[in-house]
Design a protein around this ligand. Structure first.
Ligand SMILES: Cc1cc2nc3c(=O)[nH]c(=O)nc-3n(C[C@H](O)[C@H](O)[C@H](O)COP(=O)(O)OP(=O)(O)OC[C@H]3O[C@@H](n4cnc5c(N)ncnc54)[C@H](O)[C@@H]3O)c2cc1C
Length: 412
């Protein structure tokens, strides 16, 4: 195994593996752990050092991890290593309203109990996932980690190579691009991308609050974009803790981000409407300009795109990372089956099956989140009436509700 200081014997020579993963973010890191745990030989490269991604203090960022994604993290032996307990999301309440006014009396209420489950998903702190992934990656004997490292990739019909600056030449059967939205490997393969600009910014932070959230997530649709409260596990200092993902028009968000913390907290409280009592900001405010994007192909010669390198969706439904995890589960199953059967895991047929399995599903989620955002970010009276009627209808149709819930849980 190699980490920040490359091993001298490997540094001088060659390393043969089955799969080379470029990008050790949550998606690439999980894929590498899942494959290596199943006996596949893997090398993973990140241009950034990994330990600094383990923020020592709670920093306010968290992911909503669906049940299907949890199963993948368990198979990769990462879930049990999460150092901070995940917070279960047991109920979801969706409402449509205006700031400072009570939400529309029509709302949707989803309960995990209705689909015989404990939780729709779990809120996992970003640093917790990073710490668990780092620990696991460095634990697997057939996984070589190169980070921070500059690498160049050469792909050919019969195999691929990763040339690590100051390190070994790694030969493999398949390169997986997990480099996030601006994937250089995707660009080098000349894979076109469709992008949607929302003119919105996502503001992400955590709050401590007076009353317990009882595992209830709130999604409040406001004209500037959705405002979500996601229940997190508390700790000794902060027993009642939640993450907020607040989408606003870019100019409003810039103004909010500049606000002194006390005023910002008052704005948050107006949107929460006293739901969890008095609130306080914990950690800093993070902001992300929101765009959606989708790669026209997920594959090229000896190359597969996964996670944000292949797609980016609006965070309205908290599904971005979950889609990446579903890519990982699909691709990993195919690679593991091929390697166990003594077959080449980088052939075009395997890559075509991966693309056929994942691209339509990701496109459907991209379209659904885009429609939700456009539908709910409008203050037109006609649209408000239409969506309230739609919400009331869904609430009364148990079969349709269960379908929505199963999808949210990553079971689709
Ligand atoms: C506001 C907001 C809220 C969100 N909330 C949620 C949520 O609640 N739930 C959810 O599921 N998702 C959520 N997402 C989406 C989620 O953050 C992303 O889907 C996820 O981070 C993608 O992971 P990734 O590993 O594909 O890419 P990244 O996290 O971008 O990681 C890419 C990695 O590749 C490395 N890298 C980049 N270029 C190179 C290179 N040339 N060579 C080597 N390494 C390279 C980087 O250093 C990095 O480590 C949210 C997103 C936003 C913007």
């Amino acid at each position: 195994m190699t980490e920040i200081e490359p091993d001298v014997t490997i540094a001088a020579g060659r390393l043969d593996v089955d799969i080379g993963v470029i990008g050790a973010g949550p998606v690439g890191g999980t894929l590498a752990c899942r494959l290596a745990a199943a006996g596949v030989r893997v090398a993973i490269v990140d241009r950034a050092a990994l330990p600094p991604m383990e923020h020592p203090d709670f920093d306010g960022r968290a992911y909503a991890v669906a049940a299907g994604s949890r199963a993948l993290l368990e198979a990769a032996d990462v879930w049990d290593r999460l150092p901070y307990p995940p917070g279960p999301i047991r109920d979801i309440r969706v409402s449509d309203g205006k700031v400072g006014r009570p939400a529309s009396p029509l709302h949707l209420h989803f309960s995990a109990r209705a689909v015989q489950s404990d939780a729709f998903g779990w809120m996992v702190e970003a640093r917790s996932l990073r710490m668990a992934l780092n620990a696991r990656m460095h634990d697997l004997p057939n996984l070589s980690v190169f980070a921070p490292a500059d690498a160049s990739v050469i792909r050919a019909a019969d195999g691929a190579e990763i040339r690590i600056a100051g390190g070994p030449v790694v030969s493999c059967r398949l390169i997986v691009a997990a480099e996030g939205r601006n994937s250089p490997l995707r660009e080098a393969a000349k894979i076109p991308v469709t992008r949607l600009e929302y003119g919105q910014t996502g503001i992400v932070f955590a709050i401590a609050h007076e009353r317990p959230h009882n595992g209830v997530a709130l999604e409040h649709f406001l004209p500037g974009g959705p405002f979500a409260l996601l229940p997190m596990a508390g700790n000794a200092d902060e027993p009642n803790l939640s993450a907020i993902v607040w989408t606003e028009r870019a100019a409003t968000a810039a103004y909010l981000l500049e606000m002194p913390p006390e005023r910002f907290v008052r704005e948050v409280a107006r949107r929460l409407g006293g739901h969890v009592g008095a609130i306080r900001l914990v950690g800093r405010r993070w902001s992300y300009p929101l765009t959606a994007m989708h790669a026209h192909r997920y594959t090229d010669t000896r190359l597969a795109l996964v996670g944000d390198a292949a797609h980016g969706v609006h965070p309205i439904a908290g599904q971005g990372l979950n889609l990446g995890f579903l890519d990982v589960a699909d691709l990993a199953n195919q690679i593991i089956a091929a390697v166990n059967a003594g077959e080449d895991p980088g052939v075009a047929e395997l890559l075509a099956r991966y693309q056929a399995g994942r691209r339509p599903a990701n496109l459907a989620m991209l379209a659904a989140t885009d429609t939700l955002d456009r539908l709910f970010s409008s203050d037109s009276r006609a649209l408000r009436v239409a969506r309230d009627v739609g919400m009331a209808a869904v609430d009364r149709l148990p079969g349709l509700k269960r379908l929505f819930m199963r999808r949210a849980m990553g079971a689709a």
